[in-house]
Design a protein around this ligand. Structure first.
Ligand code: SF4
Length: 445
């Protein structure tokens, strides 16, 4: 079988679980769909562009099937949850559709597709994954780094977001199960844990009646072998004093806060139903910066949200120019059926959305040049992710303030004649140059 994974890290963990279950079910993996019996496409449906990419990949598999190179196509993930039987009706080459809550049925579905190719299977139920299948995972990231999904689903109801409809309400994994998985990963060579959920800062609120992320982090940093614990997808509304204290006190917690702000004007935040105001977010970021020296702030904004005025955008642009954020991503608002914002009247023309996105990212590029420029001359620890193809003696890695696969990187040049540092190695690096989001450094003597 061939496995195509699209979308976010949470979807990647679902793919790893399905790959693990299928391997136990005697399926062997190939990276070439044309050489496989069945292709499993684990899709994303977050916004329009990711839906289009998912459909394009399914149609690629459909072409292989029409050429007789594939016997079956199974579609899983968020697009499967969203469109269900429509996928079977619209794309006749698709044999089975598996929902986000039915990951554990994948072996049975794949066997049925192979046994009776014309069976057309719809295996979709209420949204939300049986979150505790982690023990079956076939981890696909390099040995020294691994995602750790602590929960799935979300209790917020941001008006632009389709995720709760596809992934359900917040469901946290029991703390013991998360810690046990982290121990297994550490025994397997993981040095950096990447904590993921839709809303990590609410971890435990459903299971324990209160958020338990601080407690979980204190457990994780005690695991032998784990050097970095990085928290992704925090929500500005659910940060707590206890959480700030853990970041402040535990050196293994990366000085890195991933906190999508989405916008900064109170009128837009209200229309987005973000449950926070500009002053709350600014106060939080100020507190994080004063209590966690050297902390990097990573965030995302949406421009062109229905009703966004020129004044709203000017205020956002002004904020970005002044806030000195370390990592900024920006989406042009994507109108999604089934969301409250999708029904709003004041939709913004596509051209204007894209020009606002361009203007914001251009402003951020200037900020990034100055923020990362300050690293030049510093000597810092870098975790190496691997060699750089075609550049002998050079590896790529990250400083603590750079997230895996989502942010800029640090290129590390070995001393003359020395081999490039290997994946998973910690090296002390003197930063000699900064290029907008990336750093260049030399292994320090
Ligand atoms: S916090 Fe908002 S944007 Fe994030 S997953 Fe939940 S509803 Fe969607």
């Amino acid at each position: 079988m061939a496995l195509v994974t699209l979308g976010c890290a949470k979807n990647l963990v679902d793919s790893e679980i399905m790959a693990g279950l299928l391997a136990k079910g005697t399926f062997t993996m190939t990276s070439d769909p044309a050489a496989a019996d069945v292709a499993l496409v684990n899709t994303c449906a977050f916004i329009g562009p990711s839906q289009r990419e998912s459909i394009d990949r399914i149609l690629e598999m459909a072409a292989l099937k029409r050429e007789g190179k594939l016997r079956g196509i199974v579609v899983a993930g968020c697009l499967a949850q969203r469109y269900q039987a429509d996928l079977l009706n619209e794309i006749p080459e698709v044999d089975a559709v598996v929902g986000t809550g039915q990951v554990d049925a994948i072996v049975r579905v794949m066997n049925r597709v192979l046994r009776s190719p014309s069976s057309r299977i719809l295996e979709v139920g209420p949204p939300g994954t049986a979150v505790d299948l982690a023990s079956h995972r076939a981890v696909s990231t390099p040995r020294h780094v691994a995602y750790l999904r602590i929960a799935d689903g979300c209790d917020f109801r941001c008006t632009f977001c389709i995720i709760p409809a596809l992934r359900g309400d917040l469901r946290s994994r029991p703390l013991e199960s998360v810690v046990a998985e982290a121990r297994r990963l550490a025994e397997g060579g993981t040095r950096e844990l990447l904590l993921i959920a839709q809303d990590s800062t609410s971890y435990g609120a459903d299971l324990y009646g209160e958020a338990r992320l601080p407690e979980l982090l204190r457990e994780l940093v005690r695991i032998q072998g784990i050097e970095w614990v990085r928290v992704h997808y925090t929500h500005p509304k659910t940060w707590s004093e206890a959480l700030i204290q853990v970041f402040e006190e535990e050196v293994k917690i990366c000085k890195y806060v991933d906190i999508p702000l989405q916008h900064v004007t109170d009128s837009m935040l209200r229309r987005m139903r973000r449950e926070v105001r500009r002053a709350d977010m600014e106060r939080l970021i100020e507190t994080l910066r004063s209590r966690i020296p050297g902390v990097a702030i990573r965030t995302h904004f949406i421009v062109g949200f229905p009703g966004e005025t020129e004044e709203d955008f000017t205020e956002l642009l002004g904020y970005v120019r002044g806030a000195e954020l370390d990592h900024v991503g920006c989406f042009a608002y994507s109108r999604e059926d089934g969301t409250p914002a999708g029904r709003m009247k004041e939709q913004i023309p596509e051209r204007l959305k894209l020009s606002r996105r361009q203007a914001l990212m251009t402003a951020q590029k200037k900020v990034a040049t100055s923020v990362w420029g300050r690293w030049v001359g510093r000597t810092v620890p870098v975790l190496v992710d691997g060699p750089v193809a075609g550049r002998p003696g050079v590896s790529v890695g990250r400083v603590e303030q750079q997230g895996y696969e989502v942010d800029g990187v640090t290129y590390v040049r070995a001393a003359d004649g020395a081999p490039a540092p290997e994946a998973g190695a910690w090296v002390r690096v003197r930063i000699v140059r900064a290029r907008e989001y990336d750093l260049d450094g030399e292994v320090a003597a």
